[in-house]
Write a protein that binds this ligand. Sequence first.
Ligand SMILES: C[S@@+](CC[C@H](N)C(=O)[O-])C[C@H]1O[C@@H](n2cnc3c(N)ncnc32)[C@H](O)[C@@H]1O
Length: 356
Amino acid sequence: MAMAALTASSSSSSAITLLNKPFFPNRSYFFSSNSHSPLLRFSASSSSVRPRFPSAAISSVAPESDLNKNGTSKIEIEETQVFACPVCYEPLMRKGPSGINLQAIYRSGFKCGRCNKTYSSKDEYLDLTVTADLEDYDEVKPITTELFRSPLVSFLYERGWRQNFKRSGFPGPDEEFRMAEEYFKEAEGGVLVDVSCGSGLFSRKFAKSGKYSGVIALDYSENMLRQCKEFIKNDDTFDNSTNIAVVRADVSRLPFPSGSVDAVHAGAALHCWPSPTNAIAEICRVLRSGGVFVGTTFLRYSPSTPWIIRPFQSRILQSYNYLMQDEIKDVCTSCGLTDYEDYIQDSFIMFTARKP
Ligand SMILES: C[S@@+](CC[C@H](N)C(=O)[O-])C[C@H]1O[C@@H](n2cnc3c(N)ncnc32)[C@H](O)[C@@H]1O
């Protein structure tokens, strides 16, 4: 991909490179000289120029040409091919080292040129929620989302909570991962978003497989994401160059440009989403043509549930959004996904569909 290089006159000795054309010709960019601060400053005047979105090819290794003569990294401003503003979906401008890996993302600042909103990794994760920089307002979501924000549930999740799913027919993480990988074969080499990743049980497996150019572990729960970071830190097979990012976002407001993502995984998540239709519509929006969605969830009742009990398992009586096979297929199809397939074992369902 062509690179437009622009050397800025700045008190900083670092050269500035604009990557991933098109460059915004009528925008001006200003940089703070502290390139190591995760809270980087941008300034950009508004522009009517709409960027094109190149396909999502990502390199986590800085090319030689990106190094200054003394061997240090240049400060780079790029229009990210991966992240978009959760308010307006404009691709975010990024200042900092390139690549989808924990260190590069922690050291980068992101800014929406249209909304002027900035996003950064103030905590253990990159916060790309609409509420990211609000000081006085904290959104309270339905209980199925709030439950997982608790530190205790986040701590217990991979220490017993998740194992209980086996009683409802979930085959277990290793087998679920193997099954999902089968469906994702065509998406290999691309960007995979693990939506509602929890503490990163599957995100870590996808990242370790080395089959994707980037794996985004995404969840709404701050504590799940902290736990995810902790597991990564304590796992020797991960290093600073592993292609994984930990991002906070709401599934009904995914921070990715339309048609930019190759694969979306959502393990044991659909029943927790406040609106499965909004979530799946959003997943369909971010998938590229040919992109694959794989999800698992609990069915409202299993094929072996006696008829007499089924009426008592209506959605109105339950706090989780437990759907049935036909409903999941219906939602996927009505959101524009095709080639729906599923696999059922007791109350466990794994389903897949594709963006046409
Ligand atoms: C049961 S856990 C699933 C974790 C993991 N994917 C797995 O397969 O075990 C459900 C996850 O959905 C997340 N979640 C709930 N509401 C969400 C929302 N609105 N946006 C994003 N994630 C959400 C929760 O924080 C929780 O981590």
